[in-house]
Write a new protein. Structure first.
Length: 192
């Protein structure tokens, strides 16, 4: 997703018009909506200072708008981030191949499933043709991922709304509560 697309999605989520956003970041009345429209269609790319103003006006973490690549480079940005996380030593990333469940023995003398330590998945139409790669992180990153998993499960179970889930992501890590152990800096739940 491009920076412009992110601006549009978040602005719409916040219920702001292009003009309202443009005025709140300092554009004059006459061209405020036009400038934001140019950003949202990627006709113009806002500079870092402007992205910071837009993030403040939209009440989101400014890091939502920064990308090392151009255009729709989310996969490249993610991998680059993971590479550097591994290099820093903080990530402690371990990659491993998932193995499809096989309900029938594939060779003579196959060990019992209890002795098998492979990480397995149940193949279905939702899985890719090749077995997916999985990863495990060190404790800190794994804790962050665990909280994300819980938020995603809460959303899918209807315990939190789509708006709450999106709000949690937009302002993370300030919305992080360490799974109920601390009070988040930014309130994101409507009914708590």
């Amino acid at each position: 997703m491009t920076v412009g697309e992110k601006i549009r999605v978040i602005r719409t989520f916040r219920g702001m018009t292009q003009k309202e956003l443009g005025l709140s970041v300092g554009f004059d009345e006459k061209g405020a909506d036009n400038r934001i429209a140019q950003y949202e269609t990627d006709y113009r790319v806002p500079r870092k200072e402007m992205l910071d103003k837009i993030a403040l006006a939209l009440t989101v973490n400014c890091l939502n708008f920064y990308s090392a690549g151009k255009g729709d480079s989310a996969p490249e940005d993610l991998l680059r981030t993971l590479f550097w996380l591994e290099e820093s030593g903080m990530g402690g990333i371990t990659l491993f191949q998932l193995v499809p469940n096989q309900h029938e023995p594939t060779w003579q003398g196959e060990q019992s499933e209890a002795a098998d330590t492979a990480a397995r998945y149940e193949p279905s139409d939702n899985w890719p043709l090749r077995p997916p790669v999985a990863m495990y992180f060190n404790a800190l990153v794994d804790d962050y991922m665990r909280e994300w998993l819980v938020r995603q499960q809460e959303y899918r179970a209807g315990e939190i709304t789509r708006e709450e889930y999106f709000e949690w992501k937009l302002n993370w890590p300030d919305t992080c509560d360490d799974l109920g152990k601390v009070t988040p800096t930014i309130k994101w739940r409507k009914n708590k």
